[in-house]
Design a protein around this ligand. Sequence first.
Ligand SMILES: Cc1cc2nc3c(=O)[nH]c(=O)nc-3n(C[C@H](O)[C@H](O)[C@H](O)COP(=O)(O)OP(=O)(O)OC[C@H]3O[C@@H](n4cnc5c(N)ncnc54)[C@H](O)[C@@H]3O)c2cc1C
Ligand SMILES: C[S@@+](CC[C@H](N)C(=O)[O-])C[C@H]1O[C@@H](n2cnc3c(N)ncnc32)[C@H](O)[C@@H]1O
Length: 612
Amino acid sequence: MTDQPRDWLGRPHLDWSPDGTPRSLDHDDIYYSPEDGLAESRHVFLDAVGGPALWNNRPHTVIAETGFGTGLNFLATWQAWRSTRKPGQHLTFISVEGYPLTAQDLRRAHAVWPELQNLSSELTTALPPAVPGFHAVDLSDNLRLLLLYGDAGQVLSQLDAQVNAWYLDGFAPARNADLWSDRVMTEIRRLSAPGAILATFTAAGAVRRALSALGFDVIKAPGFGRKRERITATLPGTSPHIASATSPVILGNGIAGRLLHRALHHLGVEARIVAPGPARNTGGSENPLPMVTPRLTLDHGAYGLLQDQTYLRALRFYGSLASGPEDIWLAPRGALAVAREAEDAERQKRQIAFANWPCSLARLLSPDEARALAGRDLPYGAISFPSGGGLNKRTLIDTLWSEAEILWPASAVSVEGDAGHWSIRDSNGLLAETDCLIIAAGPLSTDFVPMLRPATARVLGQVDFIRRSDPGPALTFGSYLSPSVAGEHGERVAALGATFNREAAFQPGETAPADSETATNFRLLSERLFGQEAEPTAATAWAAWRLTTRDRLPFVGGMGKGRFIMTGLGSRGFTYAPLLADMLAAVIAGAPIPVRRDIKNAIAPNRFAHLV
Ligand SMILES: Cc1cc2nc3c(=O)[nH]c(=O)nc-3n(C[C@H](O)[C@H](O)[C@H](O)COP(=O)(O)OP(=O)(O)OC[C@H]3O[C@@H](n4cnc5c(N)ncnc54)[C@H](O)[C@@H]3O)c2cc1C
Ligand SMILES: C[S@@+](CC[C@H](N)C(=O)[O-])C[C@H]1O[C@@H](n2cnc3c(N)ncnc32)[C@H](O)[C@@H]1O
C-alpha cells in the first residue's frame, strides 16, 4: 500500500511584477496582459463568445474554462452576468485548475480593479481548499462556480456537462502543452453542446488544426494589445432546449428530501414534498446533535473519493447557512478522530499522507497536542479536523425545514405509475401526480423500490445524552461524543452515540430508546476512550433507523423513466446529503453534474439489479 497522495495537484510558484501582475515561474508565462488584464479578458473571452447575448434566451447557460488562474475571466463574466441576467436565469461557470492560487493571491491580483472588489471578496471567502476533485461553489446571482482541481485532461474526462461557451486560457501552448493536448481537445469536443462557441487568446496553428479536425469552424480575429491574432471557433448546430422536470414530487422530508428540494430550487425547479406529519417524522434526520466529520481512507476507489468530496461540500454548504449569532456549528468547532491504539496511530499517519489536505483541514496531533485540545489523555494522538464538528440542529431546522411546500398525507401513501407518470395517494385519495418522482424516504424507501431490498439493511441506532463539563471539541472513536450544549437543568450535555444494531427487528414509526442500547453506548465509551465513564443525565435518549447498503455506498440516481432515488445514506447522511442532493438535482435539471463520473456511477441505484 502506498503513502503517496491519492491525486496530483500542483502548487503554483509566482513572481509578482511591481504593477501587481502575477507571472508563473512553473510555466514562465503571465496569467494575463500586464497592459490591462480586465480589458483583455472582456475582449478575448467574454465578448468573443457573444457577451450577455450568450445567455439572453437560455434558462441555464454553461461556460467552461481551461485555466482558472486568478479567476479574472470568471469575475469579468460574473460582473456582466450580474448586471444583465433576467430573473430565474442560471449560469454555471466551470473552470479547470491544476495549480490553484490561494485566496490571498487572488485578492492581491484583483486589488488593481476596484470595480471587482465585491465580487472578489465573495469569491475568495468561498474559495475551496486546494484539494483535488470537483468543488461546486454557489454564489449570489444564481451563479454556480464549479472548480475542477487537477490535471485538465484527467478532470475533464470525469465531467458530464453540455457547455455553451469555452474560454481556452492556458499559458502559451508552447509552454503549457498539457493544457492544449489532444486529450484535452477531445474532451472539449465531447462536452460541447451543439452550437458551442469557443474563444482563446492564441492563434497557434496546432490549436487551429486540432479544433478544425474535431469539427469546429475556426476563424481568426484581431488579438488584444500587442497580440496580432487570436481565434474563435464554433461547433455547428443549435443548442437544444433542455426541458426540466415540471414539478417533481419528493417522498420524504429527512435531510435527503430537504436538501434535494433546496438543490432543485437553486436550479430553478420547484418540487413538492410528501411526508408524514411532523409528529410522525421518524427518520435518522431527527438527530438533535448530528456530527459532520470526514472519513479519511486509504482507498483509491469511489468510496474514498466520495468521503472526501462529500465532506468538503458539506463544510461549504453548512457554512453558507450560517445565520447571525446562532451559528450552524456547535461550539467549539472542530473534531478529533482519536487513535485508540498504536496501530490506529500508524494508520492515521498514512491516511493523512494519502489525503494530502492542507493543515487547515486535517492535521496529525501528537499525544501532547491531542491532550491540550481535548482536555483529556489521548495516549496515541488524534487527527484534528478544525472545520468539522457538530451541527446546531435548531438553526438547520429553522433554515431548511421551513422552505418547502409539503403535502401531509392522512395515512400511509401508495404510489402507482407507469411510462413515467406517477400518482401518489393516501386514504383520502389522490395527493399529487408527477412525471418526476423522487424517493427519499430513508429506511422506508425500499417499500417503494423493492428491488433494492436484497442490497440494503435497516440498522437501529441510539444516541444517549451524558454530562460533559469540559469545553472540548467533538470526539470520534468508532463512536462519537459531541461538544456539550446547555441541558434543560443547567448542566452541560453531550450526545454519545451511536449504536449500530443490525440484529434489531425493524419497526416503522417512532422508535423507543432501549436500556440495552444505552448500555452499549456507555460500554463503548469506556472501552474506546480509555476508561472514560459516562455520567447519565435526565435527557431522554433518542433512537432511529438508518438504511445501510451492501457496499456502504448510497443509492442516488435514476431508476427507470421519471423515477429517481436518494437513500442508503447509512450513518453519514448529514455529511453526504449536500453533495448528493446537488448531484441528483443536476441530473434532474439537466445541469452540469458536480461530481466526478466515477463517483456518480458507483452510487447508481441499479448497481445491484443482478441480485433481484
Ligand atoms: C442514531 C443515529 C445517529 C446518527 N448520527 C449521525 C451523525 O451524527 N451524522 C450523520 O451524518 N449521520 C448520522 N446518522 C445517519 C443519518 O441520520 C441518516 O443517514 C440520515 O438521516 C438519512 O436521511 P434520509 O433523509 O435519507 O432519511 P430519514 O432521515 O430516515 O428520513 C426519511 C424521511 O422520509 C419520511 N418517510 C418515511 N416514509 C415515507 C412515506 N411513505 N412517504 C413519505 N415520506 C416518508 C420519514 O418520515 C422521514 O422524514 C445517524 C443515524 C442514526 C440512526
Ligand atoms: C494563463 S493562466 C489562466 C488565467 C486565468 N484564466 C485568469 O483569469 O487569471 C493558465 C492557468 O492554467 C493552469 N494550468 C496549466 N496547466 C494545467 C493543467 N495541465 N491542468 C490544469 N490547469 C493547468 C495554470 O495553473 C494557470 O492557472
